[in-house]
Design a protein around this ligand. Structure first.
Ligand code: 5GP
Length: 208
């Protein structure tokens, strides 16, 4: 039985540990396809074009919107972010599970456009821990940290709109939870019903 891949959306405030959890998931299984977003923000130290993001100009970003190249897009703390649509269906058709690390406005767009997507919201263990993580990064100026904390609180209000909420106490623990969600989602009757039909009823010998 060859399943089509699952589209998995992971959101959570900046500093909730999404990127670390994503890296852990990608390390654990080779069946994941990480969707590389386009963004107008500047690369942080160590970030590479085509690995972490596609770093593009605002003009190019607007062109991508006009040409309908983005599955969703949103503005976040002054920068634009969007998911290139092309590679996603290709990966899903190949049976890959596609991981999107996107903020809440984009996630809600996916919810209405791709009803079979699985939406997971990651919360940090506490506000203090979130604040500590953002401050200890060392690559974000204080005014940006304040803006991200305010944005984080607004985002947390949307957590109940998601299918699942996971808490990032530890990297391993949260990756285990996400894997459990993905594995359970694969067994959903809605996803598997067509295989039961194809493999059993359509294949029945004439005398049955
Ligand atoms: P950062 O600048 O810290 O890498 O990301 C800021 C926020 O933008 C994060 O919450 C991240 O999940 C979100 N983000 C990254 N890529 C996309 C995207 O393609 N679309 C949307 N809507 N948000 C994104």
């Amino acid at each position: 039985m060859k399943d089509r891949g699952i589209l998995i959306v992971l959101s959570g405030p900046s500093g909730s540990g999404k990127s670390t959890a994503m890296a852990e998931l990608l390390h654990r299984r080779d069946n994941y396809y990480f969707s590389i977003s386009a963004t107008t923000r500047d690369p942080r130290p160590g970030e590479q074009d085509g690995v972490n993001y596609w770093f593009v100009t605002r003009e190019r970003f607007e062109q991508m919107i006009r040409r309908d190249e983005l599955l969703e897009h949103a503005e976040y703390v002054g920068n634009c972010y969007g998911t290139p649509a092309g590679p996603i269906d290709e990966a899903l058709d190949q049976g890959k599970d596609v991981l999107l690390d996107i903020e809440v406005q984009g996630a809600m767009q996916i919810r209405s456009r791709r009803t079979d997507a699985v939406l997971i919201f990651m919360v940090p263990p506490s506000y203090e821990e979130l604040s500590r993580r953002l401050n200890s990064r060392g690559d974000t100026p204080p005014d940006k940290i304040k803006a991200r904390l305010e944005t984080a609180l607004r985002e947390l209000h949307l957590a109940p709109e998601y299918d699942y909420i996971v808490v990032s106490e530890t990297v391993d623990g949260v990756a285990d939870e996400i894997e459990a969600i993905i594995d359970a989602e694969k067994c959903r009757a809605q996803r598997r019903a067509k295989f039961v039909k194809e493999d059993f009823f359509n294949a029945l010998p004439p005398h049955v």
